[in-house]
Write a protein that binds this ligand. Structure first.
Ligand code: SF4
Length: 448
């Protein structure tokens, strides 16, 4: 890409700050857009012609991290002013021009639904436009890039099936920064899966803020369960997962899919957020604890081996000791396989930001630690129940320690093991010998 006054843009440095899986998907999509334009990745950022920072604002900590990375990149740009410095993702969407006002070294602010405009926006900067802010949330979703090499060597991949959310939970920024729900056509999703499989991907995770509200209307209706059926028939796709589901939209139809579709893994991530009906109501979650427990019972009676993970928040405004005890009680009753637990933080512009009864930081930290200790015991107990059992593992690569292979069970538990041959990408049967909180260790008894 010829950049006139900015000389020649050939190399980009791309950094994703803390973020969710949707953020990771966007990062891959953006990297493909840049490579389609002929740009190549480079590290360190000092050598790049373009620096792009992908950000998340779902929690205060993620937003702080994004701004601290931006500060570091600004220092680099000050030394080499010809660098194009851009920010994208939820922080960019939320703040728009305010970011340029606050950080005049920024050249580009790219909203969450504007990634496919990247090429034309960069050209505007090249042609001399000094600042570009593009944060339209009303447009259609971006189309897929069918790059035939980008995912080579990867065993698992995400596919975004929808964007945005219509639920407006009172604490959540997502509907404001990702817009209202918009679904992708099923044909495009299947084509993306086929393209990934051609590159060697074996497992896909369907992504959306609320996947079970997926619906495509065009001469009839394709619901999420119909989409799963279509994908279950894609040749050579070994495993299908999805995330995230909302309890209020979890239908019996979807529960049946766990028995009907052999490639659909028996694992569901179903955020419950709080165990007290008072707090659930204030959160605008649309279900009660009793309804949540009922869904779990239905899931477990349909599929007894299903793993259930969840998100929970502590310190929501007005959360009393009694409310918190109800959250602990729900955790004990359900015995989740794993829990992602967070401290409530005010998100600008949400309903909860204005609620009275804010909980002190020290109380939030104490509650989080009590909750996490309880869950650690449950996770360890559940993992220990797998010792001595043979389980199917899809080998994804090497473990963090480097000398062992790592993969996941169909129930999404990490398994590490030693093996003399390179078996990455293969399905193996592993006998579990040791259980830890975050992983299992075993030995391969055969390859499938
Ligand atoms: S369902 Fe609620 S928490 Fe999840 S993205 Fe939508 S508004 Fe946010």
């Amino acid at each position: 890409m010829n950049l006139n006054s900015r000389s020649f843009v050939t190399q980009y440095y791309y950094i994703t700050t803390m973020g969710c899986q949707m953020n990771e998907y966007d990062s891959n999509y953006t990297a493909q857009c840049l490579q389609e334009m002929g740009l190549q990745p480079i590290d360190p950022p000092e050598k790049a012609d373009l620096i792009l920072i992908n950000t998340c604002s779902v929690r205060a900590k993620a937003q702080q991290k994004a701004l601290s990375v931006l500060g570091r990149m600004i220092k680099i740009k000050k030394k080499r002013p010809s660098i194009i410095l851009g920010i994208m993702g939820c922080v960019a969407q939320q703040e728009g021009w305010n970011l340029i006002k606050r950080f005049p070294d920024l050249d580009l602010v790219l909203g969450t639904r504007e990634i496919d405009k990247l090429q034309s926006l960069l050209h505007q900067l090249v042609r001399g436009k000094t600042k570009v802010v593009s944060t339209d949330l009303d447009k259609e979703l971006f189309t897929t890039i069918y790059n035939n090499q980008f995912f080579e060597g990867k065993i698992t991949s995400f596919i975004s099936i929808m964007q945005g959310c219509n639920n407006y939970c009172s604490y959540c920024i997502v509907p404001y920064v990702r817009g209202r729900e918009i679904c992708r056509p099923p044909g495009e999703i299947v084509k993306e899966a086929e393209n990934l499989i051609k590159q060697g991907v074996k497992e896909i995770t369907l992504l959306g803020q609320n996947v079970n509200s997926y619906v495509w209307r065009d001469n009839g209706e394709i619901k999420f369960s119909d989409l799963l059926r279509l994908l279950n028939n894609v040749p050579n796709l070994v495993r299908i997962r999805f995330t995230t589901s909302h309890p209020k939209d979890l239908s019996n139809d979807l529960i049946r899919c766990f028995n009907e579709f052999d490639r659909l893994c028996p694992h569901i991530h179903l955020p419950f957020q709080a165990g007290s009906n008072k707090i659930l109501k204030m959160m605008n979650r649309g279900y009660t604890r009793e309804q949540y427990i009922d869904i779990i019972q239905r899931l477990r009676s349909a599929r007894p081996d299903i793993a259930i993970t969840s998100d929970v928040m502590v310190g929501f405004p007005g959360e009393s000791d009694e409310d918190f005890k109800k959250t602990l009680d729900l955790i004990q009753k359900i015995e989740f396989d794993n829990l992602f637990s967070f401290i409530y933080s005010d998100r600008k512009g949400t309903v909860a930001e204005k609620m009275p009864g804010k909980i002190s930081e020290s109380d939030k930290i104490t509650r989080l630690s009590i909750l996490q200790n309880l869950q650690k015991e449950i996770t360890l107990k559940k993992n220990r129940m797998l010792v001595g059992i043979d389980t199917q593992v899809l080998v994804e690569g090497y473990s963090k320690k480097g000398k062992q292979f790592t993969g996941r069970t169909r129930t999404n538990k990490i398994v590490n093991f030693l093996h003399e041959n390179d078996i990455i990408g293969r399905l193996v049967q592993v006998k579990i010998d040791v259980a830890y909180i975050n992983s299992l260790y075993g030995k391969v008894i055969n390859s499938i």
